[in-house]
Design a protein around this ligand. Sequence first.
Ligand code: MSP
Length: 634
Amino acid sequence: MMKTKDENMKSYITTPIYYVNDVPHIGHAYTTIIADFLKRFYTLEGKETFFLTGTDEHGQKIEQSAQSRGKTPMEYATEISQVFRSLWDEMGISYDHFIRTTDSYHIQAVQKAFKLMEQKGDIYLGEYEGHYCVSCESFFTQTQLKENGGCPDCGKPTQLIKEESYFFALSKYQDQLLKWYQTNPILPSYRQNEVINFVSQGLNDLSITRTTFDWGIPIPNQTREKHHIIYVWLDALMNYVSALGYGQAEEKMDFWKEAIHLVGKDILRFHAVYWPAFLLSLNLPLPKKIYAHGWWLNEGQKMSKSIGNVIDPRETSRKYGNDLFRYFLLREVPFGQDGDFSFNALIERNNSDLSNDLGNLLNRIIGMSEKYFSLSLESSVEEYFPEEIKQIQDIISSALLEIPQARFNRYLEEVWKLFTLGNGLISQYEPWNLMKHHKKEKTQALLTLLCNLLYKGAILISPAMPSSAQKIFFALGQTEGSIAELHQNITKFQLQKIDPLFPKLEKSEIQPSQQVAQAQQEKTTSTMIKIDDFLLSDLRVGEIKEAKAVEGSDKLLCFQVDLGEGRNRQIVSGIAKYYNPQELIGQQVCVVANLKPAKLMGLISEGMILSAKDENSLKLITPQGILKNGSKIG
Ligand code: MSP
């Protein structure tokens, strides 16, 4: 039997703390869901696990975002921090502590660390001259910049700054860092190689204070004329220990040496170079592991608010269910690599993996157990199916081996082999034929075996899909199990009938559009927009010249609309349930004329017809009297 427990029974899981300059998007949800998955997995293993998340609230970027909204940085940070927290609560994220870098214990811990580094001789005063990217809160030399002077990481314009600054002696730690990487702390290994290459090229000392803005933690004992604020990354990284009581009661510091940091590939350098160097300076142990994941793209494109293609995790999880959303993110992409998000791919996963493989297996087991054994099973499976029991154990062992490698998608792939095996055993043994041939005992043993298989499967999927696993436990008349129970077989099951777990979903004709996602996202930030934001929309009066149903769709109508441009625009709109196309010909409507063209059911749509909806019906918005086609609405 394989060993499933580490000698060490503690584990500490962290997400990055999220900037409050923006509301949560799918990237934040991805990191947080993986962290939550790990927390639940280690808890199943019987470990005492501490899971930390929170918000990164200082720095120039936040100061600027707050200013542009007419708020103080603290007001703004509090508002957005709450948006993150409420999302995680709604999504059932099992964090143990939510840290804000504006919390006073954190501020004290950061100042204490600064003092200790100074006492160690690792901090000195100098002058920083170079380029700064406010968006990444990161320093660059001229040679690192893109040809157009943009930030090498995010491409945005950088600022040339020259100011008095304290420096951290990063270069001093180069050899110690290179030695640490030999213990393979970073996964996937190709990311570790990138870090080793970076560090091997030589490290420059790091500017760790700024004097040209205020929103941050002041250095302890300011003696200079200039007011020094601690660099936001030094401030932020310290959250991982301040949350454990570092520099104060230290009540949870025994978790520290078990730390596993989950980060996106874009912030790996901060975690794998700066952070361990700070820890070395503070004489603290280094994190046990850093897992770096890739980026979610939307149709191959980076998601950004300015492009308007950001996927809103709250909407997605509400619409498709939290478990499907979690399963999709964990299963779709090999951990470490970039992935393309699409709603159709999500629906495909539901219909094939969840509905066909898992849901169907459960239905078949319940159906046959009811028909042949009135939902009560009792049998020793070892006698009839020793070979199959071994196959089940082999699959479980290989699945468990994937977790320490941070191959979470492979873990789920392995677990799914159990369900394929289960469905395969039904086809192979054909219980209905066994019953016909009076092999009632063998049928009962087979169904008991399948219940065991499903019970183990449910334990294994519970970190990824907690509520679906609960429903399976209930159907099998079991309570939540632990990893240890994976290796025992149950001889008695009293089953319960439940509703289908994963009803099939229809592929959506209209993908929740980029604009809608963006509007929803902004709505959560603030309900107020500036007049300039409103004026970005080009709204026009147009006349519907032609209208017809879209073949194969019961939602869409396709219009030719005259916006006074000398040609008609084709606009596809999801209003078929409310209007007969013929009755709309000749009507004037209000149109968003500057939407990026989109393809719906293979038809290009070059705008959007405005409508309003209440719980009973939908009505098009029309001008009160006739106007020239193309008249501007404002
Ligand atoms: N505040 C810093 C982290 C400090 S940790 C001490 C920060 N915050 S962030 O809000 O900008 O980003 C947090 C995480 O979101 C990063 O891990 C980043 O990789 C992740 N993502 C942002 N966009 C993403 C995608 N489109 N896809 C996947 N993750 C991405 O950086």
